[in-house]
Design a protein around this ligand. Structure first.
Ligand SMILES: C[S@@+](CC[C@H](N)C(=O)[O-])C[C@H]1O[C@@H](n2cnc3c(N)ncnc32)[C@H](O)[C@@H]1O
Length: 216
């Protein structure tokens, strides 16, 4: 069992500016842990987490993959999140995290074309008025706009471009995001293989992990 990353270096002042890990984070961690052996068998060399927040997910992924076996890139639209991600890595002896402040994967393509072995995203998924999307502060952690899908839908077309031939994408969604519709979009529009690999109730939310990869 891989221990959850130590976040004792972070205080409530950090979490005023950066998303504090919650049930959605832990569901994503559980999905990675469930796939631990399959991830290790791929011998990943390049991993990317979009929207890294505290850095908890990437740090856990680095523990699974082996911090010195791969490079771990993260992006976040929130500059504080990028700094906190780096601090979390260092606090947990993971020195191979490169954090970039950008929206989704802007500036990473074409450099990372078909290169990402493990891709993770716990997106801003809450249904909000569309104008709330696009902040660079803490609101960006949850504001998902119409159906909570605005940021998610912006990323989907880039997934086939990003994933390596053996690449896997772990995406967290909630019921309001219509996870089966996202599965169908990835299968029919982008010819990928997609499935719901985990689901869990968290208070009033029903949360899902989608696992997306190339069709074999
Ligand atoms: C629900 S939080 C998840 C944080 C962390 N990965 C976790 O699981 O605890 C969503 C994160 O996505 C970031 N984010 C929102 N919109 C983004 C965008 N367009 N590009 C990159 N990051 C974004 C937010 O700043 C926030 O850190």
């Amino acid at each position: 069992m891989i221990p959850t990353p130590d976040l004792s270096h972070l205080t409530s002042r950090d979490f005023d500016k950066v998303y504090e890990p919650a049930e959605d984070t832990f569901l994503l961690l559980d999905a990675l842990e469930q796939d631990e052996k399959a991830i290790q068998a791929k011998k990943p060399t390049l991993c990317l987490e979009i929207g890294s927040g505290s850095g908890c997910v990437t740090t856990m992924l680095a523990k699974i993959v082996g911090a010195s076996n791969a490079v771990f890139f993260t992006t976040d639209i929130n500059s504080d999140a990028c700094q906190v991600t780096q601090r979390t890595g260092r606090h947990n002896n993971v020195l191979s995290i490169e954090s970039i402040q950008t929206s989704l994967v802007e500036s990473l393509l074409p450099r990372f074309s078909q290169a990402i072995d493990i891709l993770c995203f716990n997106p801003p998924y809450v249904v909000t008025p569309p104008e709330e999307v696009g902040s660079h502060g803490i609101e960006a952690a949850w504001a998902g706009g119409i159906d909570g899908r605005q940021v998610i839908d912006e990323l989907l077309p880039f997934v086939p471009q990003l994933l390596s031939p053996q690449g896997v994408f772990y995406l967290l969604l909630i019921n309001e995001n219509r996870p089966t519709e996202v599965v169908n979009i990835m299968c029919t529009q982008y010819s990928m293989q997609a499935e719901i690999m985990m689901e869990r109730r968290a208070g009033r939310e029903r949360q899902y992990i989608l696992k997306i990869q190339r069709s074999s």
